[in-house]
Design a protein around this ligand. Structure first.
Ligand SMILES: [Zn+2]
Ligand SMILES: [Zn+2]
Length: 218
């Protein structure tokens, strides 16, 4: 299993990064991204903390640990600037907290994230055809999520992305240890989103593709 969206104690996750990574490793994960909730108040702290612990764990463990952020509920006009700042501070993976239908995310967040060229637009809710097409054009990956609530629109995201050839990944958005899942469970979530059996492999391959690209620099 590869998971490119998780939270630690540094935002609202329950575990310190080392325990989350160890639990994921024990559960058979080969790579995990730590992507704590970030805005302008904590971006330096989050990125420096996760970069440091990822470097330590990558030196002493087989699981690949990718330091990232999830820009969360930030004004859409700031997403581009914060994306660039996070990258300059050392974040390898930029996730944006998309327009999930279960939270009052500011309208325009999906579009701003895609235009900023983030790596993954998480739980993009009822993403428009225009934004979906733009994600495909700009190489932004959309997320199918195993997280309760956000997953209510998985079917919509899957249908639009498959129709328009936009790459997808599946993530857990883990906040507590029980949120980590097996690859078999991830497959069930994909099938439950209406993704045909013949297309699920492409989604796991997209996660591996992102890890391979990022791990050259870890
Ligand atoms: Zn989120
Ligand atoms: Zn999240």
């Amino acid at each position: 299993m590869i998971d490119l969206h998780t939270h630690t104690f540094f935002s609202d996750g329950q575990l310190i990064p080392s325990e989350l990574v160890q639990r994921a490793h024990a559960a058979g994960y080969t790579a995990i991204a730590l992507t704590d909730h970030t805005d302008s108040s904590n971006i330096e702290f989050i990125v420096s903390s996760l970069v440091r612990v990822a470097a330590d764990l990558n030196s002493h463990s087989n699981i690949r640990v990718i330091p990232g952020v999830e820009l969360t509920h930030v004004p859409p006009e700031m997403i581009g600037t914060l994306t660039d700042l996070a990258r300059s501070l050392g974040a390898k993976l930029i996730v944006v907290h998309g327009e999930t239908i279960v939270e009052p995310v500011i309208g325009g967040t999906n579009s701003a994230a895609i235009r900023a060229g983030v790596d993954i637009l998480a739980h993009p809710g009822l993403i428009s055809d225009e934004d979906c097409r733009l994600a495909g054009d700009l190489g932004v990956t959309l997320e199918i999520t195993a997280r309760k609530g956000h997953s209510l629109t998985n079917g919509h995201v899957a249908l639009r992305a498959l129709h328009m050839g936009v790459p997808l990944v599946i993530d857990t958005d883990t906040h507590s240890p029980d949120d980590l899942i097996t690859k078999a469970m991830a497959l069930k979530v994909l099938l439950g989103a209406g993704i045909p059996n013949g297309k699920t492999d492409d989604i796991f391959k997209q996660s591996q593709f992102i890890v391979n690209k990022l791990c050259k620099n870890l």
